[in-house]
Design a protein around this ligand. Structure first.
Ligand SMILES: Cc1cc2nc3c(=O)[nH]c(=O)nc-3n(C[C@H](O)[C@H](O)[C@H](O)COP(=O)(O)O)c2cc1C
Length: 126
């Protein structure tokens, strides 16, 4: 499962490149299985507020974070939402993409998804 937030479509595009079940984050969403979080960066390296609220309710199953940002903001804040989430929740930052990213990003995300998100799901069922 992928849980994602997208304001202007870049993250939604990235999600479309990954073969996985995906759900857009909305207030009140509660997940009960492993998922990969994908988010954009807001403010000045900040976590979008709806993503922060979602994580407060869904910390338990979050296996990693993929972040999109715009490198024109400068390296101190580029993709800052991903760093903040990874540090706060002690999860891997899988990939930081500039806007929609490139093919190599999608391949790395797909591999992480299959080995670290889906596999745990199978393990849970056993
Ligand atoms: C108001 C605003 C603030 C932003 N702040 C940052 C930032 O601090 N760091 C960064 O890397 N990108 C920043 N961005 C860029 C977005 O994170 C980036 O365009 C991302 O690809 C948007 O994803 P989305 O199209 O799925 O919403 C900002 C964009 C907007 C509109």
């Amino acid at each position: 499962m992928i849980a994602y937030a997208s304001r202007t479509g870049n993250v939604r595009y990235i999600v479309s490149k990954i073969k996985a079940e995906a759900i857009e984050i909305q207030d009140g969403l509660k997940l009960d299985k492993p998922y990969l979080l994908m988010t954009y960066t807001d403010g000045f390296g900040d976590v979008p507020e709806k993503v922060a609220r979602f994580l407060e309710q869904n910390e338990q199953w979050c296996k990693g974070v993929v972040v999109s940002g715009n490198s024109n903001f400068g390296h101190h804040v580029f993709g800052g939402a991903g760093e903040k989430i990874a540090n706060a929740y002690r999860i891997p930052m899988v990939r930081k993409l500039d806007l929609r990213g490139i093919q190599a990003d999608y391949e790395a995300i797909q591999q992480f998804y299959e080995t670290r998100v889906l596999d745990e799901n199978v393990f849970e069922i056993k």
